[in-house]
Design a protein around this ligand. Structure first.
Ligand SMILES: [Zn+2]
Length: 229
């Protein structure tokens, strides 16, 4: 029950590094370079792509191994950036290669969409950068994702199949997609996902979808159990 109409989803392509005009624009906007310096660094990146075959012309997954969600923001003087979910080729393609192409994109997107639900419910307001705060919001996003993926009126996926993917996904480590801080251990992330699945499984009998604030309240009540204490 959030406003989803203005959320945009964009890909992250490493091949963007081949585009001199875009490199110059990014250098100017984000790093404050003047035209000459921005062009210097753009040409340096193009030189690297041309001379280091391991970079695969920008298509090495290291350049796009990421997925993230951001809230709307004013980027003065250029305008307002709408709420956005970005999914990198470097994270989507390898899971397809591993045989998870039927579930990985949905699951990764659902986790990031969970952050959009949090933005609109102001779950992040008053937040700190400490690991416990991040762990709560990340585990909650895992719970939202599992709820959506398994719910009969969501992606309606077989939970066994989702679990197979999550076992790989969560065990890759903790964690890297959209935060440099603590996402929860693999066991805690799986516990949060199982919790979301059970919530959906129970709701299916009534064909009911919880509001986001109901979901958040239920999650917070269960968080100590998910954390294993
Ligand atoms: Zn996250």
């Amino acid at each position: 029950n959030i406003q989803s109409g203005d959320i945009i989803t964009v890909p992250i392509h490493g091949s963007m590094l081949q585009n001199r005009d875009k490199l110059i624009r990014v250098n100017k906007l984000l790093y404050g370079e003047d035209e000459a310096n921005a062009a210097y660094w753009a040409d340096f990146i193009l030189w690297l792509l041309a001379n280091v075959p391991q970079y695969r012309n920008g298509n090495h997954p290291i350049f796009s191994f990421n997925a993230y969600s951001q809230t709307s923001l004013d980027f003065y003087p250029f305008g307002t950036i709408p709420p956005k979910i970005a999914l990198g080729d470097g994270i989507i393609a390898p899971y397809a290669d591993l045989g998870f192409g039927d579930v990985a994109p949905q699951a990764i997107f659902a986790h990031e969409y969970g952050h959009q639900v949090q933005f609109q419910n102001e779950v992040f307001s008053g937040g700190t950068a400490d690991p416990e705060f991040t762990r709560r919001t990340e585990l909650m996003a895992d719970g939202f994702a599992a709820y959506y993926l398994s719910h009969a009126r969501g992606a309606s996926m077989q939970w066994k199949r989702v679990q197979q993917f999550l076992q790989v996904f969560y065990n890759l480590g903790d964690c890297y997609f959209d935060s440099y801080t603590h996402h929860g251990t693999p066991a805690q992330r799986m516990a949060a996902a199982e919790w979301g699945y059970r919530l959906a499984d129970n709701a299916q009998k009534q064909g009911h979808i919880l509001t986001s604030s109901q979901f958040i309240a239920l999650f917070d009540a269960s968080l100590p159990k998910i954390l294993g204490r």
